[in-house]
Design a protein around this ligand. Structure first.
Ligand code: HEM
Length: 134
């Protein structure tokens, strides 16, 4: 289960990095390039939603297996960042959907901020997990 948890975590960090780079590349782009980048972003976001769900599921299964006692402050800090990255992903998804609906490219900056928050929170959760369990 730990192997699965770590594999999902690695995938999640890769996907969030990919979408952050995509959003940065999209700045100033119009027409087919902007459309193509948007298509890729939506595909990555949808896989990302599944992967984040899998991180939560495997994390809770790990907790069930090891028992809930003796969790330290580092673990709780890690959980705070896990919540933050999940909220960032939800807000990025909503902003992306709004961009599609309204065609407002000005929302790209907000989208980039949410995607950056997802990436930074995931990296913080990784570091805190290592400190918590070693
Ligand atoms: C979302 C809720 C999560 C829960 C409930 C959870 C729970 C756990 C638990 C119980 C372990 C310890 C397994 C063991 O050795 O017995 C673990 C390990 C780990 N988790 Fe999570 N996790 C969650 C999310 C995340 C996230 C978002 C990341 C990073 C992006 C992450 C990264 C790691 C890493 C790197 C380890 C291995 C630490 C080590 O042994 O050095 N986890 N997690």
């Amino acid at each position: 289960m730990l192997i699965m948890h770590l594999a999902f975590m690695g995938l999640g960090i890769g996907l969030s990095c990919s979408n952050f780079v995509n959003a940065r590349l999209c700045v100033g782009q119009t027409g087919d390039i902007a459309k193509g980048l948007g298509l890729q972003r939506r595909a990555i976001a949808s896989i990302g939603n599944t992967v984040i769900t899998a991180i939560w599921l495997s994390g809770f299964l790990l907790l069930q297996m090891r028992g809930w006692e003796g969790l330290n402050g580092w673990f709780h800090a890690k959980m705070a960042f896990a919540v933050l990255l999940t909220l960032g992903q939800i807000m990025a998804g909503r902003t992306g959907a709004e961009m599609m609906r309204s065609g407002k490219d000005a929302l790209l900056l907000r989208l980039t901020l949410y995607l950056g928050a997802v990436l930074v929170s995931a990296l913080a959760a990784l570091a805190l997990a290592v400190v918590a369990f070693n």
